[in-house]
Design a protein around this ligand. Sequence first.
Ligand code: HEM
Length: 415
Amino acid sequence: MITAAVPNDDLMSAELLADPYPAMAALRESDRIHWSDAQRAWLVTRYDDVVEGFGNPLLSSDRVRPLLATMTDKQRQSAGRVMELLAGWMVVTDPPEHTRLRRLAANAFNPRRVAAMEGRIRGLVDDMLTRFIADGCTDLIADFSFPLPATVIAELLGAPPGDRDRFRHWSEDLAQVAFGAGGAGRPDRHERGMRGLQELLDYFEGLIEDARADPGGENMIAGLLEGDGKGNVLDLEETKAMLALMLFAGHETTTNLIATSTVRLLERPDQLALLREQPDLINQTVEETLRYEGAIRVLIRWVIEDFTWHGKEVRAGQRVFLLLGGANRDPAKFNDPDRLDITRKPNPHVAFGKGVHACIGAQLARVETRIALAAVFERLPGLRVAHQELKWTPSLASRALRSVHVEHDATQTRG
Ligand code: HEM
């Protein structure tokens, strides 16, 4: 058997940021469980292996607590409080702690509660697009897809309308602290991020008090406070941490999905025309853009016990990267996987993960993206991307465009 040469496996290289899919295809073919020196991690690219990875109890999500344990007293003083908050996020815990947190959070994301929010989300999307058009805005990310999910989350949590803009800034602070902690050359950004995070947590405490004073409310905080219906609830610190996680996990992901979906559809006029002819295809369109260019590139797991995986000796303490884009473009699972096809059905992509950590906000993200895309294409029929080359944010975790400068034909636009 001829083994194809192993491709560039540095996920942060300019080549793979611009287009990671050929390298993933080569890895799927030549080295399904691949040790990357560049990433110091195992790269997993086949659909079946990624799905197996989600269910393998030897691959742990608990990746903050071990870091906390190795911090010096000085490091703990500067970043420890935040790390403790992050360590309590269910996304970085394993069962049984994860099972408890997830059960207590489930009520906030109850499908009926999310469905009931559709009207409010539609109203917000309409208002934001009206402003986008009236103000002559041109950056679809900065002026629409970035502020939208933060505003939606603020609304869903019951924050007063005047406070919604603050959520955007807090979300940026949170990302700075969660991803940028300790980064060289940015001590004051980190400081600012920490101050912003503290402000956010204090703010959440106020919202929680308001929700407690008005039991039976409809917002998501009210849902969180109800707990599991058997008297078990999150304590105050856990509730604040859960709200911060919702803002963090639900903001940039949705921003990126709306932006990349818009761009990918504009690149495929046949698919866009089909969607305009058959608006009922909007759900399938969202699923297909999640598969084709999902918002998350890599999910990281820690190996907690040695095991052999398709002939490779995977060792305790090593990292495994589950590459969602590799799985979602695997020809063993999807016909003609590099083609965007909004009629694709079934579409069992893993853009929201799978197993115990599968995205708890998936329904909300779908509703938001569906409403946003439908409104953008309905109200801006002459929409075009103004720049030739797409610029991607250098991020391991996210598939994120930096900006999307658009032009629209004002004679056709429905303000
Ligand atoms: C396009 C948008 C989104 C994408 C692509 C996405 C993707 C994901 C993925 C892949 C996971 C699994 C993480 C893992 O296995 O380690 C996850 C988990 C999670 N997501 Fe999302 N997400 C999106 C939107 C949202 C929204 C809107 C919210 C809430 C407001 C949310 C909240 C969460 C939470 C809390 C978790 C942790 C679940 C757990 O650990 O049990 N996500 N998401």
